[in-house]
Ligand binder design. Structure first.
Ligand SMILES: C[S@@+](CC[C@H](N)C(=O)[O-])C[C@H]1O[C@@H](n2cnc3c(N)ncnc32)[C@H](O)[C@@H]1O
Length: 177
């Protein structure tokens, strides 16, 4: 009898594990097609992105594809309010837990959303982006429609075609809408 309990405990564990892996794999695939796969910028690069933006307390940050939440959390620790949009619900969950652990729950929030179907908040003052090159032009057009002129946009790795950056530091570039 006790052996049977042990076997079903293992089965339940395996089903939960495979379900979580399945959800992760499914959303990773959607992310690749939609905007970009999950690739962490790395702490050093995130600090460069935050520095180049010259953040001020009170800035409203929008991170498009917020991954594991590091950028939003570090921005919140500099006195801003940050919002991360992320398509993968497991990364959103992870980001929220991390924000709680770092005691910035009220300042860094994460929403499970598709950036192409989410109205960007008009009060945003700085946007951070790390997306695939072919998505940069449509993203620029969406930001120009929904955000205020003068909003700062910081991109890691890829350029917005036909837009001249105001500042560059390695492959981190600052633009203004
Ligand atoms: C290159 S990673 C960048 C992660 C993080 N911003 C960083 O710099 O470390 C791109 C992120 O965008 C997310 N993503 C892809 N398509 C998306 C979409 N349509 N809407 C929201 N997030 C998306 C991916 O899941 C991934 O976490």
């Amino acid at each position: 009898m006790s052996n049977l309990w042990y076997v079903s405990f293992l089965e339940v564990g395996l089903i939960v594990f495979l379900s979580v892996m399945g959800v992760y794999a499914l959303f990773s695939l959607i992310a690749i097609i939609s905007f970009a796969p999950y690739v962490h910028s790395g702490k050093k690069k995130i600090l460069t992105m935050l520095d180049i933006a010259n953040l001020a307390a009170g800035d409203r940050i929008l991170d498009l594809g917020s991954g594991n939440g590091d950028l939003c959390i570090l921005a919140a620790q500099r006195g801003t309010r940050s919002l991360g949009l992320e398509i993968n619900p497991l990364l959103v969950l992870w980001s929220r837990l991390k924000a709680k652990r770092r005691k910035v729950t009220g300042k860094a929030s994460f929403v499970q959303a598709d950036i192409w179907h989410y109205q960007f908040p008009n009060e945003t003052s700085v946007v951070f982006v790390y997306g695939m090159p072919e998505k940069m032009d449509p993203l620029w057009k969406k930001m120009r429609t929904e955000l205020r002129p003068g909003t700062v946009v910081v991109s890691h790795a890829f350029r917005f075609p036909q837009v001249t950056p105001e500042k560059e530091e390695g492959n981190v570039r600052l633009y203004r809408l």
